[in-house]
Ligand binder design. Sequence first.
Ligand code: MLT
Length: 248
Amino acid sequence: MKVRVLFSPNNHEELYFTGKTSVVIDVLRATTTIVTALKNGAREVIPVATVDFAMKVSGNIFSGMTLLGGERNTKMIEGFNLGNSPLEYKEEVVAGKSVILYTTNGTRAIVKAKFSENLFICSFNNLASIAGHLVKLNKDVEIICSGTNGFFSLEDVVCAGRLIAEMQGLDERIELLDSARASLTLSKSFGKSIVKMLKETEHGKLLQENGFTEDLNYCAKISNIDLVPYFTSGTIKKLDLTDSDNAN
Ligand code: MLT
């Protein structure tokens, strides 16, 4: 089982992901928000790559059952129900709902990898569940760091490295490609305090300037949510961990 880390989704075409087992990470904040929404009972999260498409999809679905969420420049988009703070995706808000989510980098990375055979969503919050599931699948893995506008984001790579460490703890035979070895080293040097690391990243600083400091504390929690979100037929759902045969 080989593991590779892509430091940006932008260096590859959609077809690169065909048939692969992929994991998308956008710690701040798209994948943390998706994990939270599903944990709090959202029926599904529909990731979209443009605001126009988000509007179109929401218009087509029975009103009252859908919520439109996401951000532009970290803030809620006009006409949307929710922004991209995971703290907004509370049970009383999302339970039973389909959430259509547009974010600048995270949901676009997911849409880019849509041809993957298996496509999972990872944050620090559900890291152990994803590691366990990947080891069980025993297939080569592409870990996609969403980054920021095509640039490297330290928080995503540190999360990738931590995911790899967790996988190695479960199966020491895992083969790390160069990008995976580099991510592991970065996660060891920058990951001693996740919350400190997040607060010092470029995007972490922007979120603090915009009043989202609490989000950083939330996004820094490690493996507090036991959940494997997987992408299938255009939507992200929660994998039933008692019957994981439906996502391999
Ligand atoms: C993104 O997808 O670019 C992020 O999730 C932005 C954010 O912090 O809301």
